[in-house]
Design a protein around this ligand. Structure first.
Ligand code: NI
Length: 246
């Protein structure tokens, strides 16, 4: 199994060793969101063989010119497999749209320059996010925590995207079920977004990468296919997107 997106940082966990070792035979991709996280991603990648990382500036986080420099300087690290989490967030802040777009585009340009995939965050900014991403059709994308319509899913797939599916799919009344029924498994990735968005049956408790199994189970149930098939295909998808060989 590969948890393609989570934030296993000291800020949230006092048992990081335990949480990561539980995923010993699996892969965890930890996403940075600011300067401090990005450094921690590098440290965790160095410490644990099963941890890979992406580094980036999240739309709600502070940054400086050095933040971008730091990202660029570390893209040659073999365990840094992409740029993220980056994107637009008009839920928390809609007064700085232009500033958000500016840092988003700078990071997309960086990804293009170094041929790295990107991990995309979008909250209440779907149109702007898609309009910007459309300008980067060749760039490989992980639409993290995808929550749009079937039509939107198809649009994203056309511009070289995988859809990140997490705990939300296990929630009662989740509209994602329709999307998952319709979209081929070869376009989907498993993610937890730990410590957030804990799947059922643990909703309300702190999330951790091992809970990815509940997401996989739910997808298998919705698509009426064996769990093994979900695990196998989504692992291939993640390895392809993030260029992971092991
Ligand atoms: Ni996230």
């Amino acid at each position: 199994m590969i948890d393609t997106h989570c934030h296993v940082f000291k800020e949230y966990y006092n048992n990081i060793d335990e949480v990561i070792n539980k995923m010993e035979n699996n892969i965890i991709i930890i996403s940075g969101t600011n300067d401090q996280d990005n450094q921690e991603v590098l440290d965790l990648c160095k410490k644990y063989p099963n941890v890979y990382g992406t580094i980036g500036i999240h739309p709600t986080e502070e940054y400086s010119p050095n933040s971008l420099k730091f990202i660029e300087e570390n893209l040659n690290n073999e365990k840094i497999v992409g740029i993220g989490e980056i994107g637009l967030d008009y839920y928390w802040n809609k007064d700085n749209k232009e500033k958000q777009k500016e840092i988003f585009i700078k990071q997309l340009d960086l990804a293009l320059k170094y041929n790295k995939p990107v991990v995309i965050h979008n909250r209440e900014a779907t149109n702007d996010t898609y309009e910007i991403l459309k300008n980067y059709p060749s760039l490989k994308k992980d639409i993290h925590c995808f929550s749009g319509s079937i039509e939107m899913a198809k649009n994203y797939i056309k511009i070289n995207s995988y859809l990140g599916i997490g705990g939300v799919v296990t929630f009662k009344n989740s509209k994602l079920k329709e999307v998952i029924k319709e979209i081929d498994l070869k376009h989907l990735l498993l993610e937890t977004d730990s410590p957030f968005l804990t799947p059922e049956p643990y909703r309300g408790k702190q999330n951790e990468p091992y809970n990815i199994i509940f997401v996989a189970n739910k997808i298998a149930e919705i698509k009426e296919i064996p769990l093994e098939e979900v695990l196998k295909q989504t692992t291939l998808n993640a390895k392809d997107l993030f260029n992971i060989e092991r």
